[in-house]
Design a protein around this ligand. Structure first.
Ligand code: SF4
Length: 306
C-alpha cells in the first residue's frame, strides 16, 4: 500500500507566525540566551487572552534591544535607555494596550536606571523583562551596572571593583507589584512568569539571567553558552520566599543563584491615581447648585458664611 507522505516545511520555525521573517537571521551569537527569553515571551503571547493587536513590545539599545525588531506584534525600538518613558507615554495614550519593555541590563539600569525606579514608584502599568548578561555585550563587553564584583570585562581587566545591582531587590524596593528572576535555562518557569505579568495591573519586573559567551563568558573563562547553562543548572535554587537583600549575584563558583517569583502584590496604578485626581479636581471645581448658591448669597448678605 502506498503511503502518502505529509509535506513537512523544514524551512519554517514553529514560531514563525510571531517572528518577522524578513529580519531573520538575527544578530545574536551562538549560545546567547536572549533568544530563549524571546521564545518564552512569544509562547506567553500565544497563551494569553490578550489579543495580539493589543500586545506591544518596546526595546532600547543593545543586543537585547534588538528584540523589538524580531517579534511580529506592534513594536518600537527606541533610543538608549528610553524604552520605559516611551512605554509610559504609550500606556497613558492608550490604556488598553498590554506593553512589555524588553531590554538589557545596560540599557535599563545604567542610562535608563532613573526611569526604572520612578516608573516602579509610580506603578505604571507596564511589564519589564531584563535579559541580564552582566556587561555591554554589543559594544565589546564593557563593565555595566550589573557586572558582579571581580568579573573581568574589557574595562575591568583586573576584575570589577564595584558591586553589581541586585535587580529583584531594587525592583521590589522601588514598588514593582510582581518581581521574578529566572535564567535562560528555566524556560517554562519564565514563560509562566511572563504570562502572569499579562494578568497583573501595575509595574512588573522579570530578570532573566542570560549567557553571553562572546563578551562575558570568554574573559571570565565560563566556556560556551551551554557551559553557562550548566552553571545555572548546578547553582540555581528556587526560593519564592527568598530574602531579596541576600540574592545579589556573585562570580564565586560555589555561590547560589536564587530564582523564583518573589513578589506578587496589588497597589493602585499610576492611571488609577491619575483618574482619582481628575475626579477630585472636577469635584472641587464644580459650580454650586442654584439652591446652594442662594443659601450662600443669603448667608453672605447677613454677614455670615454658609
Ligand atoms: Fe548575546 Fe553576548 Fe553575543 Fe550580545 S554579545 S548577542 S549578549 S552572546
Amino acid at each position: 500500500m502506498a503511503v502518502e507522505l505529509r509535506e513537512v516545511k523544514t524551512d519554517r520555525h514553529p514560531e514563525d507566525e510571531l517572528l518577522r521573517e524578513d529580519r531573520i537571521p538575527h544578530i545574536w551569537c551562538p549560545g546567547c540566551g536572549i533568544g530563549v527569553a524571546v521564545m518564552a515571551h512569544i509562547e506567553a503571547l500565544k497563551l494569553s487572552e490578550v489579543p495580539l493587536e493589543k500586545q506591544v513590545i518596546v526595546s532600547g539599545i543593545g543586543c537585547t534591544g534588538r528584540t523589538a525588531s524580531y517579534v511580529q506584534i506592534d513594536s518600537y525600538h527606541t533610543t538608549h535607555g528610553r524604552a520605559i518613558p516611551f512605554a509610559t507615554g504609550l500606556k497613558a495614550a492608550n490604556p488598553q494596550l498590554e506593553i512589555t519593555v524588553f531590554s538589557g541590563d545596560g540599557d535599563l539600569f545604567a542610562i535608563g536606571g532613573n526611569h526604572f525606579i520612578h516608573a516602579a514608584r509610580r506603578n505604571v502599568d507596564i511589564n519589564i523583562i531584563c535579559c541580564n548578561n552582566f556587561n555591554y555585550g554589543m559594544t565589546g563587553g564593557q563593565v555595566g551596572p550589573t557586572t558582579p564584583e571581580y568579573a573581568i570585562t574589557t574595562t575591568s581587566p583586573y576584575g570589577n571593583m564595584e558591586d553589581g545591582f541586585n535587580l529583584p531587590y531594587l525592583a521590589a524596593a522601588s514598588g514593582a507589584v510582581f518581581v521574578a528572576r529566572w535564567t535562560a535555562l528555566h524556560f517554562r518557569k519564565l514563560r509562566d512568569a511572563i504570562s502572569r505579568t499579562f494578568e497583573k495591573r501595575g509595574l512588573t519586573f522579570i530578570e532573566v539571567v542570560s549567557p553571553c559567551p562572546t563578551s562575558f563568558g570568554r574573559p571570565n573563562e565560563l566556556g560556551q553558552g551551554l557551559d553557562e547553562m550548566e552553571w545555572y543548572r548546578e547553582s540555581s535554587v528556587i526560593d519564592h520566599d527568598a530574602d531579596l537583600k541576600a540574592i545579589g549575584l556573585s562570580m564565586k563558583k560555589d555561590s547560589k543563584l536564587v530564582v523564583g517569583n518573589f513578589v506578587d502584590i496589588e497597589r493602585p496604578t499610576f492611571m488609577d491615581r491619575y483618574q482619582h485626581i481628575i475626579e477630585r479636581a472636577q469635584a472641587k471645581g464644580k459650580k454650586p447648585e442654584p439652591e446652594q448658591a442662594q443659601v450662600k448669597e443669603q448667608a453672605q448678605a447677613q454677614g455670615g458664611s454658609a
